[in-house]
Design a protein around this ligand. Structure first.
Ligand code: DX5
Ligand code: ZN
Length: 240
């Protein structure tokens, strides 16, 4: 079986069967715009897309769920026209159900909420899906992986945090890596297609650890944005 994953304007998974049993899978790269130059956010999106990125990871922080504030739907709406890449919104906000409509209308393609956030998280996921978007659930480093279980039948994406959410440029917490394989195992056992994304401290070494554990998507901010040209790294990660 040859498995090819093509990324188009939305997530698309194509499996082609043939007699040989080679498996070729492309890792999705989703640069975190948190490390971009916010005064030129539109141009930074163009730079990332030209470098071969698949998705744009948008870190939304409310100053309550995390001790930092970034941007919200009006900014996302303003930058939507700069890129055709799917917008992968990571909501680090309390009671996210209040804002799902606004983020969907701003042009997000995937919305991920935290299992630790206050409010109706199942309701938020249902609302994301009712808007026709892909839904994700994210988990903080200190949260037991089993906290995800009640949400897994409802989501297409799991975002494993490998740093404490709130800031870019922190060191990778390797204790979180077993969560990646745990989710992939759960999905296999339960016959569900769930993509696992890893967020925080992803670099040349840690990206390999994550992909080896089964990660489908690499989110990286500071490591990619400090490069003049991120395209060789993105191509390398695609093939990892
Ligand atoms: C942290 C964010 C991450 C962050 C990753 O709360 O969710 O997306 O931008 O940044 P790096 O890659 O620098 O750890
Ligand atoms: Zn993030």
């Amino acid at each position: 079986m040859v498995k090819l994953r093509y990324i188009t304007s939305v997530l698309l998974d194509i499996t082609i069967f043939n007699p040989s049993s080679i498996s070729v899978t492309m890792t999705i790269v989703s640069p975190s715009m948190l490390s971009s130059d916010f005064s030129r956010l539109g141009e930074e999106l163009v730079r990332v897309e030209k470098a071969g990125a698949d998705w744009a990871h948008l870190d939304v922080m409310d100053g309550m769920f995390v001790p930092n504030i970034t941007f919200g739907p009006p900014v996302i709406k303003a930058i939507r026209k700069y890129s055709k890449m799917p917008f992968d919104a990571h909501l680090m906000i309390e009671d996210p159900i209040r804002y799902i409509d606004a983020f969907a209308d701003a042009g997000c393609d995937m919305i991920t909420v935290h299992c630790e956030a206050k409010g109706d998280i199942h309701g938020a996921i249902a609302k994301i899906k009712a808007k026709g978007l892909k839904a994700g659930i994210s988990i903080n480093p200190e949260t037991e992986v089993t906290a995800l279980e009640e949400f897994l039948p409802e989501v297409e994406l799991v975002l494993v945090m490998t740093v404490h959410p709130g800031f870019g440029g922190q060191s990778f917490i390797s204790d979180c890596v077993p969560k990646i394989s745990w989710v992939k195992e759960w999905a296999k056992k339960n016959g569900r297609e769930i993509l696992v994304s890893v967020d925080g401290g992803v670099n040349a070494e840690t990206s390999k650890t994550c992909v080896d554990a089964g990660a489908d998507i690499l989110v990286a901010g500071s490591y990619l944005f400090k490069m003049q040209d991120m395209s060789p790294t993105i191509s390398k990660w695609h093939r990892s």
